[in-house]
Design a protein around this ligand. Structure first.
Ligand code: KDG
Ligand code: MG
Length: 404
């Protein structure tokens, strides 16, 4: 069997997605997600200009060898653009292998370790009444666990909370510039424990609650926050401090028993090495799409399992239905599954990417279609071309750029 054609589809059914499609001489095709939010075209070029020529004529069954060739052969290792591109190839090849075998991908990964995949959904509000409504709405969708994000008094545009009406990006020279959010760490640290106190009072002790600090705190601030949130029994506190500084997590860990989740911006096992081997976190947040695919993520999860650390794959809307499907297969198969983030996609995105996976009462299942079980409707995709866009940026009240 040989790879005969490879194409990169960039489409925007509500948001941008980059999809790799690998075709073979036997007519079997595979799909992989290469979406890197805000930097999509860099990955499309990496694939089209540098990876596609290496794939043509090769055997699609040699997944590990192809992965090593793309990782080691480039000399320039790691980084989100490279690893998103390698991921798309890896997943497309697993997709092909599953279709040839006539088996859903999870069967090739050892079979199901559970019947269904538990998820968490996002709730947020500028104030408590809005937040409570949002939590009720997520619960009505069946989500068994809820990520809680809240506005902060005195701040106008806070991460993952409903955007103020004036927050739309200003077009300049034909380009949509990033929206600017504002930030005050002291105000956030004072406010957040009150939010969780109110949520627990309203929704009781049993509902698993999560929170994402989105890389904004120093290790000492993160330690204080983790400690302050202990009475509210969080399922996890996510990205409490920028984790390039891995030593910082030792300090956080010494001071709090709030479980910690980290890693959605990581792209190789080396980013996790200290965090896992010293047991400084409880959940790895890597996604199939940004971590180089199924092959390395399975290895990472085995490494994590040795330290009783569980999976918690990143699953925002900017991981496409192709990347989402790949994640669900892995979730179903690995023993140390923790939880899957699931934000869903727009109805139009579901039409561009018809899929066998289902979301029922807060739980996902990959379905039993061979491979990853996702197709692409290239006509609808072409009718919705790339839209230039950025992620927001974040500034302190004096104008200093802060971590977003
Ligand atoms: O592209 C960036 C988003 O995927 C990220 O902000 C979402 O932090 C996120 C999460 O936990 O889903
Ligand atoms: Mg996050």
């Amino acid at each position: 069997m040989k790879i005969t054609d490879v194409s990169v589809v960039v489409t925007s059914p509500g948001r941008n997605f980059v999809t790799l499609k690998i075709g073979t001489d036997e007519g079997v095709t595979g799909l992989g997600d290469a979406t890197l939010n805000g930097r999509e075209l860099a990955v499309a070029s990496y694939l089209r200009d540098h990876v596609v020529p290496l794939l043509l004529g090769t055997d699609p069954h040699r997944i590990e060898d192809t992965w090593q060739l793309l990782y080691r052969g480039a000399y320039w290792r790691r980084g989100p653009v490279t690893m998103a591109a390698i991921s798309a190839v890896d997943v497309a090849l697993w997709d092909i292998k599953g279709k040839v075998a006539g088996l859903p991908l999870y069967q090739l990964l050892g079979g199901a370790s559970r019947d269904r995949v538990a998820t968490y959904g996002h709730a947020s509000g500028r104030d408590l009444p809005q937040l409570f409504d949002s939590i009720r709405e997520r619960l009505a969708h069946g989500y068994p666990a809820i990520r809680v994000q809240s506005g902060v008094p005195g701040l106008h545009r806070v991460y993952a909370t409903p955007t103020a009406p004036d927050a739309a990006p200003d077009p300049a020279n034909g380009f949509a510039l990033p929206a600017v959010e504002d930030w005050d760490t002291g105000a956030y640290l004072r406010h957040l424990p009150r939010v969780f106190e109110a949520v627990r009072a309203e929704f009781g002790p049993d509902l698993p609650l999560l929170h994402d600090s989105h890389h904004r705190l120093t290790p000492l601030q993160a330690a204080r926050l983790g400690k302050a949130l202990e009475p509210y029994d969080l399922f996890w506190l996510e990205d409490c401090t920028p984790a390039e500084n891995q030593e910082g997590l030792r300090l956080v860990r010494r001071h709090t028993t709030t479980p910690l989740a980290i890693g959605e911006v990581f792209n190789t096992v080396f980013d996790f090495q200290t965090l896992i081997s010293e047991q400084l976190i409880d959940y790895v947040r890597a996604s199939v799409t940004h971590f180089g695919g199924i092959s390395p993520l399975r290895k990472l999860l085995d490494f994590a399992a040795m330290h009783q650390i569980k999976s918690a794959m990143h699953g925002p809307e900017d991981v496409s239905p192709v990347g989402t499907a790949a994640a669900i297969h892995l979730d179903l198969a690995v023993h140390n599954f923790g939880i899957q983030e699931y934000s869903g996609h727009s109805p139009l995105a579901h039409r561009v990417f018809p899929h066998s996976y289902t979301f029922t009462d807060g739980f996902l299942h990959p379905g039993d279609a061979p491979g990853i079980g996702v197709d692409i409707d290239e006509e609808i995709a072409a009718a919705h071309p790339y839209q230039q866009s950025y992620l927001p940026v974040n500034r302190l009240l004096d104008g200093t750029v802060h971590d977003w």
